[in-house]
Design a protein around this ligand. Structure first.
Ligand code: HEC
Length: 197
């Protein structure tokens, strides 16, 4: 009975939609193809035979540090970087409240012997630097550095970071070391060192 009606409804139906199709533009194909070819070539022809760890093209030789000749010149800047920079910073400004500054410090720029003694034996306890009191610890360097090295690093801090004090020599360090040879403890900050200024 309802048959003709249903057919009429069916006839009004639109065909099933289907997805359109458009070709990839030839320019895009060309660009992708060119990039692909270029990248294969890049991998194949570049950086062959180089260790990946030398990615920035530096070789092991670039990292070699020339060992100072015995009795030769010791590099104070290099010693500073290796032994002191972690605390007193590259700028010599220290870290506020933790590590005192070497720049413009009365301890660095005072008597050469004073700075030498500080480096030889280290410091602990309250120490006033530029009006600020620090209460921390600096390690001893008497077993880590020889006379020439102490002289070099002390001379370095006395002539950098804006400081313009006279250098010290290894002979002075030798004498200072001998004078305090029986000392096993670090200097007790202001308590010991003020009197030595
Ligand atoms: C582990 C951190 C540390 C290292 C490494 C260190 N220092 Fe210090 N230094 C200190 C601290 C902390 C003080 C202050 C001590 C205190 O508070 O009693 C100090 C104090 C000083 C002082 C006297 C105060 C001033 O600021 O002028 C001098 C000079 C000094 N250090 C030089 C050196 C030199 C040179 C080296 C490297 C050979 C060195 N220090 C390595 C932590 C360090």
């Amino acid at each position: 009975m309802n048959e003709p009606k249903r057919i009429a409804a069916q006839q009004r139906e639109m065909p099933e939609p289907s997805e359109g199709y458009r070709k990839v533009p030839w320019l895009v194909v060309l660009i992708v193809g060119a990039l692909f070819a270029w990248s294969i070539g890049y991998i194949a022809f570049t950086h062959q035979g180089e260790q990946p760890s030398y990615g920035d093209r530096r070789s092991a030789a670039d990292f070699a540090v020339a060992a100072p000749a015995p009795g030769g010149v010791v590099d104070g800047a290099q010693l500073y970087t290796a032994q002191c920079l972690a605390c007193h910073q590259a700028s010599g400004q220290g870290l506020p409240g933790v590590f005192p500054p070497l720049a413009d410090s009365e301890w660095v720029n005072g008597k050469g012997s004073l700075a030498i003694q500080i480096v030889l034996h280290g410091v602990t306890g309250e120490m006033t630097v530029g009006g600020t009191t620090y209460n921390s610890q600096m390690p001893t360097f008497k077993d880590k550095m020889n006379d020439a090295e102490v002289a070099a690093v002390v001379s370095y801090i006395r002539s950098n970071f804006g400081n313009t004090s006279e250098p010290v020599d290894a002979e002075t360090v030798k004498a200072e070391r001998a004078a305090t040879a029986d000392r096993t403890e670090p200097w007790k900050g202001d308590a010991d060192l003020q009197a030595m200024k």
